[in-house]
Design a protein. Structure first.
Length: 255
């Protein structure tokens, strides 16, 4: 009878944990602390391990704890989390589909590194989606259900202005997400969510300047005023100006 190696026993043990559907504690490897990840306990529930790894990696990418251009190695991450490589690979492919990680073939997987071309491509998509989106809010939503839509617009204004004091990025995302969701198109919602996730990689460094925050608040309120007045042309132009200003600021910060 073939004798099991130590590595085979470890793999079997990991897989048995998943089958038993229990919780267990894993610890970061010592090198994690050197790379900016403090030593800590993590409780990972073994069902849906791939989703938990995905959420952890996504959070660390968006918080810049894993920097742009960093290579993600499944074996190293598996050791870090104390699990097999399969759920780690699944998580990495989810991040690829979301646009936060790039698959460079034999070179491996790398956290999205945003350059001038990436900024332009993301803002080009936003211009198309959001200018036509706000026009449809006026021409379709406001006309189909003026009272209900007006109530939602006023709620968006109230919440956006309240969020500014807590987190200007949260306020901006809430404003744009809420207007897009008024269209009631699930596919557009998903596309916009992917664009927003990719933009978060660099928005953290572009959106904290007070003058920009106040300028964004002004645009948000002007756009909502135009929607409430059912002026589709004005709402579309204001949205275009707002997004293009964001593009210029993103390029300035990338220099």
């Amino acid at each position: 009878m073939k004798k099991e190696t130590k590595g085979e026993k470890n793999i079997d043990r990991r897989n048995s944990y998943a089958i038993m559907n229990i919780q267990y504690i894993v610890y970061d490897i010592p090198n994690s602390e050197k790379r900016g990840f403090p030593m800590r306990e993590m409780v990972l529930k073994t069902d849906m391990l791939n989703m938990q790894v995905y959420n952890l990696l996504k959070k660390e990418i968006l918080q810049h704890r894993i920097p742009q251009g960093e290579r993600l190695v499944d074996s190293q991450l598996a050791d870090r989390f104390g699990i097999s490589r399969t759920p780690v690979r699944d998580a990495i492919f989810m991040l690829v589909r979301e646009g936060l990680v790039e698959n460079k073939g034999k070179r491996g997987f790398y956290v999205l590194e945003v350059g001038a071309r990436d900024i332009d491509e993301l803002y080009d998509i936003r211009v198309i989606l959001e200018t036509q989106g706000v026009r449809q809010v006026v021409e379709k939503c406001m006309k189909a259900d003026p009272d209900g839509c007006r109530e939602k617009i006023l709620e968006i204004r109230k919440n956006t202005n309240e969020y500014v004091g807590e987190d200007c990025i949260k306020a901006d995302e809430y404003f744009h997400d809420s207007l897009i969701r008024l269209l009631g198109n699930r596919r557009i919602d998903r596309i916009f969510a992917d664009i927003r996730n990719q933009m978060r990689v660099f928005l953290q460094m572009t959106s904290q300047i007070d003058e920009r925050v106040q300028n964004g608040v002004w645009y948000h309120n002007q756009i909502l005023d135009a929607v409430l007045a059912m002026d589709a042309d004005k709402a579309e132009q204001l949205m275009r100006d707002h997004i293009e200003k964001g593009r210029r600021e993103a390029h300035e910060d990338a220099l």
